[in-house]
Design a protein around this ligand. Structure first.
Ligand code: ARG
Length: 596
């Protein structure tokens, strides 16, 4: 395991060294090297530096050129341009050297974080007894990717699925179950009566819960006496009454069967031990309230325990408080989140808390974080909401069914897989039905994930399956095809006994250089993505990689290249591209089938 500096970093250092040799006052200055269209790189740090030192930027740049021209193993050409930029072209040998070092490393030369910390990431938090919808898709997919990217860097990541498993609605559901004890029985569901597995039993569990929900809701709304009994049941639940708790467990377990089926379909791993729902914090809520009140962070207002903020006001101009405890003594969403922060910082020793939650909850988190900070439970800046935008329909409005209902996540995933099947079937003639189904799932689910991850998370996006499963453009299918194409080249090469070997003194074609320089940017991309929690930058990098590969493939014959050394070198580029694509896609939670 060795971290490999990118060529950009190496050349930047060379220029910095030359700068400080030319001008001791310039020591430590950053030449600001960037990729460029004019040459491989351009450095424009000389401009600001010369200004600061009251010198002439072109002269300064000229001195750097003198020191580097012809004297450096990496730099083939360096020249001053414009008001004092440096245009730099690197040698082909330097490109192959850095790629060889990457290829020799399991991690493709990507460094581990120097000082890994502990991050608790709160994501994929569906609600018990309710369907999962597109909002839960985003939280799950983004959270999964961020979690993988951080773990890959060596961060200690603790996953928390803060599921909605507590609240007054459980009084209604449980009371109904007590009065209709067979409501959740596996009757009449037919297909899974022998304890079937997977999505069928998940769907069956959800339909039982739906039935329970609808029936109890109807009674709750129509029968005052039932309503009273349901409210009393909440008190029993909170008081820990055994029969009540048992039924509550039954409902939660039934929901977990359903969630798991959705997660299987989505191809994400959610571990039971990481599902720590709202109910897990029940025992610490009293303490939260007591501490907030005694420290004066929260005050009683009309009986409720509230925290006020100067900059949070309602439309009427009156301050909108965070309500920690209602006037009837009940705890809400805020109290649970505060208790969770204490647990995550105090017991799990988190340095960073991430919340992958809909942007529409931004005010809630702003107030919760500020409250925890005032209470001394949360260091300034340690918590951050990774707020995501809304999934829109083609009409540009929040995604709904034609009947105006929220779209069930499972329906949407099923449709994506179906569309993908058409695409896969068209392309692959020699695949069995079983293979087609497997590929369709990988392509369809990949398409949904990629569409979500490739736009900056704070933005809304339109859920458009036609675009998502398209073979052209910025889609996962395009990336998966690039990967599969490379695998096919590598298979053919192996059949002919040809092996990938990087050349030490190559003469690279422009498309090879472009591909090589892009491959070399993988680790710096990942570092930036992990620091800013922006998976879309990884997606953009991978799309760029596939595009560079396409250019290379069109311009540079691989197996039919002019000589054996060129064949070896091109195979090497193919293989490294495939490994980089595979690794990058895996970090986004997307599969790369070997054949498509
Ligand atoms: N269950 C909530 C929902 O479906 C999301 C929970 C977000 N996490 C949290 N710690 N509040 O909207």
């Amino acid at each position: 395991m060795a971290s490999v500096p990118s060529l950009a970093a190496t050349v930047n250092q060379r220029v910095a060294d030359a700068l400080s040799a030319a001008l001791p006052e310039a020591a430590g200055a950053d030449p600001l090297l960037r990729r460029s269209d004019r040459a491989d790189f351009q450095a424009n740090g000389m401009l600001a530096l010369a200004k600061k030192l009251k010198g002439n930027p072109r002269e300064l740049a000229g001195q750097v050129v003198e020191r580097l021209n012809g004297l450096d193993a990496e730099i083939a050409e360096i020249e001053v341009s414009g008001p004092g930029f440096l245009n730099i072209t690197v040698t082909d040998a330097a490109i192959m050297r850095t790629l060889t070092a990457r290829a020799a490393d399991d991690r493709l030369g990507v460094p581990l974080a120097e000082q890994p910390g502990t991050t608790v990431i709160d994501y994929s938090q569906p609600n018990v007894a309710k369907e999962m919808h597109v909002g839960h898709l985003r939280s799950t997919v983004i959270g999964d990717a961020v979690m993988r990217i951080l773990e890959h860097r060596g961060e200690n990541v603790v996953r928390r699925h803060h599921i909605g498993d507590w609240g007054t609605q459980f009084g209604m559901l449980i009371q109904y179950l007590i009065e209709h004890p067979h409501e959740l029985d596996h009757k009449s569901d037919g297909q899974d009566s022998q304890g079937g597995e997977g999505s069928e039993s998940g769907e069956a569990a959800m339909s039982r819960l739906n039935r329970l929900y609808k029936a109890s809701r109807a009674l709750f709304d129509s029968d005052e006496e039932f309503k009273t009994r349901a409210r009393d049941r909440v008190v029993q639940l909170q008081g820990g009454d055994k029969e009540t708790l048992d039924l509550w467990h039954k409902i939660v377990d039934e929901s977990k069967i359903y969630f798991q089926a959705v997660y299987d379909k989505l191809d994400v791993e959610i571990r039971d031990e990481d599902v720590v729902g709202e109910s897990a914090y029940n025992d610490s809520l009293q303490q939260v309230v007591a501490d907030l009140e005694s420290s004066g962070v929260a005050v009683r207002s009309d009986g409720a325990l509230c925290v006020f903020f100067d900059d949070v006001k309602g439309p009427d101009g009156n301050p909108t408080p965070l309500i920690v405890q209602k006037s009837n003594g009940g705890f809400g969403y805020a109290a649970t989140d505060l208790a969770a922060i204490r647990d995550r910082v105090g017991n799990l020793h988190a340095d960073t808390l991430l919340y992958v939650v809909d942007a529409r909850q931004a005010l809630h988190f702003k107030m919760v974080f500020e409250t925890a900070r005032r209470a001394g439970w949360l260091p300034e800046g340690a918590a951050r909401q990774l707020a995501f935008g809304t999934v829109l329909g083609k009409d540009g409005k929040p995604f709904k069914t034609r009947e105006g209902e929220t779209v069930r996540l499972v329906d949407l995933l099923d449709e994506a897989v179906q569309r993908a099947e058409t695409v896969v079937r068209e392309k692959a003639r020699d695949l069995t039905d079983e293979e087609i189904n497997e590929r369709a799932a990988q392509v369809g689910i990949g398409a949904v994930k990629y569409a979500d991850l490739s736009t900056s998370m704070s933005r809304d996006y339109v859920f458009d399956l036609d675009r998502m499963v398209s073979l052209n453009g910025d889609t996962s299918v395009y990336l998966q095809y690039a990967y599969a194409r490379i695998q096919s080249i590598l298979r053919k090469a192996a059949e002919r006994g040809l092996t990938p070997v990087a050349q030490e003194e190559p003469a690279l074609a422009p498309a090879e250089r472009a591909l090589g320089l892009h491959l070399d940017e993988f680790s710096q991309t990942l570092e930036a993505v992990a620091e800013t929690y922006e998976p879309h930058k990884l997606a953009a990098y991978l799309y760029g990689l596939a595009t560079h590969f396409t250019g290379f493939y069109e311009q540079c014959p691989v197996l039919r290249a002019e000589d054996a050394r060129t064949v070896g070198n091109r195979l090497f580029l193919c293989e490294l591209t495939a490994r980089t694509l595979r690794e990058g896609m895996a970090l986004l939670g997307i599969r790369t089938p070997d054949r498509l």
